[in-house]
Design a protein around this ligand. Structure first.
Ligand code: MG
Length: 281
């Protein structure tokens, strides 16, 4: 760099600094003149299109504080913990019209599917939720395609996000792990190997009905091991095998189901947060 260029840059720096200093008192002067403290917003701004609030509206409710877990995956204080590694007290198995205690194995902080004992559903019902769950397909690989580490997170007992050992395991795209089963394949395959713990962070929005008709379809966002697989993707309806699903009216809240597909898939650290809309207290 030549001396002239350095001098030029230095001069520019001085000029910029001078400009900044020159502007600062002007801004302060203006604020002082108005006598307003706008820390908490404004009352004289235009309406935001489509909202009842003004830009920076001082009367708009501030979001409530939620303290995150100390480490990633830990439930925050407003979470409903569905499985903390100790027992299945938040779950039931429906068998022949009766609700019985689940027969799944609980040990070492995880639950494990016991084949042919039925799926498990939550005692509590949910609508829109954020869900965190960790799962591991069997370390011992047996079977292929859909017959390998198959389970599923089934919202409202109807809408399945597939759980499958999709590590080096070719199968139809809309049946891979993270698929909206039979409808939408995941955007990518973010699987870890058999036996390794994997994370699911899902956001589910329940459908709404008017009479017999669905007026808002269910949708889900899926992060698998922190990687986006589905972005607010809509369910076409229920998620059956080999045919199209459908919407049939049901409650605004329904239980969450974990599928027993007769493979010893493990789950741990399952919690949900009920979701409310914007501007809620
Ligand atoms: Mg499944």
């Amino acid at each position: 760099m030549t001396f002239q260029r350095i001098a030029l840059l230095a001069a520019a720096g001085v000029w910029l600094a001078g400009t900044a200093f020159a502007q600062a008192p002007a801004a302060a002067k203006k604020k002082k003149k108005s006598g307003e403290d706008n820390t908490l917003g404004y009352t004289d701004t235009p309406q935001i299109p489509g909202q009842k609030w003004k830009v920076h509206d001082s009367s708009r409710p501030r979001p409530r504080m939620v303290t995150p877990g100390a480490q990633y995956g830990q439930p925050p204080p407003d979470a409903i913990v569905l499985f903390d590694g100790k027992d299945l007290s938040k779950w039931v198995t429906s068998l022949k019209g009766q609700q019985i205690e689940p027969k799944w194995k609980v040990e070492n902080g995880y639950m494990e599917v016991v084949p042919r004992t039925g799926s498990i559903t939550t005692r509590e019902k949910f609508g829109d939720i954020q869900l965190h769950a960790e799962w591991a397909a069997p370390a011992q690989v047996s079977g292929k395609g859909q017959l390998r580490g198959n389970s599923g997170i089934i919202f409202m007992t109807r809408y399945e996000v597939q759980v499958l050992d999709s590590w080096d395991n070719p199968t139809y795209a809309d049946g891979q792990t993270g698929a909206l089963y039979g409808q939408w394949p995941p955007l990518v395959n973010a699987s870890r190997g058999p036996g390794q713990w994997q994370t699911y962070d899902l956001v589910f929005e329940a459908p709404t009905f008017q009479g017999e008709n669905v007026v808002k379809k269910a949708n889900v966002t899926v992060f698998h091991n922190g990687i986006l697989l589905q972005h607010k993707q809509e369910f076409n309806g229920t998620t059956p095998h080999r045919r199209n699903g459908e919407y049939r009216p049901h409650g605004a809240e329904e239980p969450l189901l974990i599928q027993n597909h007769n493979y010893p898939v493990r789950f741990r650290n399952i919690w949900v947060r009920r979701l409310a809309g914007y501007d809620q207290p």
